[in-house]
Ligand binder design. Structure first.
Ligand code: SAM
Length: 360
């Protein structure tokens, strides 16, 4: 045996006994915990614990579902993560488990991470190096996720739209009065997606006219939304690839609206979007940006969720976009001859609304 003086000390003295070491293991095993808790929820285990107020593994293994072995694997991981507690061999839900089982935002985030992001994130290092969404091939064969949105395979499609709409819908109703206080007659919705915001606007004001910009495949969905509502007559559909920087925007706009849109693009593309947005404004026009800025959040939980959405943009969405800080967006707009006229925080779950005017 080697003398003690030659043995490598493990762990090194500077790391021993630190709570930080446990926190580091939570990162190391994060994906394992995520999958076990997700399966415990999806398989109905958490729900059974909720309904019964507590149960043993033997009681949970009823023969028509998971075996005692499988249940013990899931619940022991859930125990380690504080999702369940165990007393006298009986498991019950903790407040964390309660959130997994009942909180809509938690469930939307779990589904989005699993169905949209999980497999693609495996390629994150190459995506970051090449600034390409190489992980997207786990879902389909498109240059960016946006060309594939309407044909994403299920459950990725439902999880993507639930995630997107959960956050943006929550802010639409509150943003509407701010935008319409200025009585826009011509309003352009860039990145109109399924047409939800345009629908809100057309219903809100019978005199407003909407111009919807998006990729052709996505505009087909928006058309169907407005047609179904009988509002297509006041809408102009303008297919565009916004990344074709030479393509101008239709002009004479009193309001240019971009909701959860700039996050889809690189800093360079954003500056070209602002340049064209500024150029298409009417004399009294405003550019409105509704987005989720992690530096403008009241609660850490919101900043945490937003910051950790950025790697999805790298690996799946576009390869070169992210959840920006508001200061980066404001600086980009200012460089294109706009000036920040208004900032309204705390709309919906975690949105801010920025209004820009021409600087001169
Ligand atoms: C995250 S969604 C936001 C949708 C909507 N504005 C909202 O708030 O829910 C981004 C939208 O931008 C569109 N988009 C992405 N890349 C685009 C491009 N190169 N040209 C035009 N539209 C694009 C997508 O099709 C999608 O509808």
């Amino acid at each position: 045996m080697r003398p003690a003086s030659e043995l490598v000390e493990f762990p090194p003295a500077r790391l021993r006994g630190l709570p930080a070491r446990f926190e580091a293991q939570k990162i190391a095993f994060g994906p394992v915990v995520f999958q076990c808790v997700r399966v415990a929820w999806k398989s109905g285990l958490l729900s059974r614990l909720d309904q019964t107020g507590g149960a043993s593994v033997a009681e949970l293994a009823t023969g028509d579902g998971l075996s005692e072995y499988a249940i013990s694997v899931l619940l022991e991981t859930a125990l380690s993560a504080g999702v369940v507690r165990r007393e006298d061999g009986r498991y019950s839900l903790t407040p964390v488990g309660d959130n997994v089982l009942h909180d809509e935002m938690t469930q939307i985030n779990i589904n989005y991470v699993h169905d949209v992001c999980y497999q693609g994130l495996f390629a994150l290092d190459a995506c970051l190096r090449e600034e390409k969404p190489l992980g997207l091939k786990t879902l389909g064969d498109w240059p960016t996720v946006y060309e594939g949105l309407s044909t994403l395979p299920e459950p990725a499609r439902a999880s993507w739209f639930n995630f997107d709409h959960y956050y943006s819908d929550s802010a639409f109703a509150q943003a509407l009065p701010h935008v319409f206080a200025r009585k826009p007659r011509m309003l352009m919705d860039i990145g109109a997606n399924t047409g939800k915001w345009s629908l809100h606007c057309l219903r809100h004001d019978p005199e407003v006219r909407l111009t919807l910009l998006d990729l052709p495949v996505q505009l087909a969905e928006a058309r169907a939304t407005l047609d179904q509502a009988g509002l297509l007559a006041r809408a102009d559909l303008h297919p565009i690839d916004i990344l074709d920087f030479a393509a101008p925007f239709p002009d004479g706009m009193d309001a240019v609206w971009m909701s959860q849109f700039l996050t889809c693009f690189s800093a360079e593309a954003i500056s070209h979007i602002f340049r064209r947005a500024a150029a298409c404004l009417s004399a009294r026009g405003s550019v409105w940006v509704l987005d989720t800025f992690w530096d403008r959040q009241r609660h850490d939980i919101a900043s945490y969720c937003l910051i950790n959405t950025s790697p999805y943009f790298t690996a799946i969405a576009s390869g070169n976009s992210k959840m920006y800080e508001s200061s980066a967006i404001v600086a980009s707009a200012e460089a294109q001859g706009l000036r920040l006229a208004e900032t309204i925080d705390d709309l919906g779950i975690c949105h801010s609304l920025l209004r820009f005017e021409r600087a001169e």
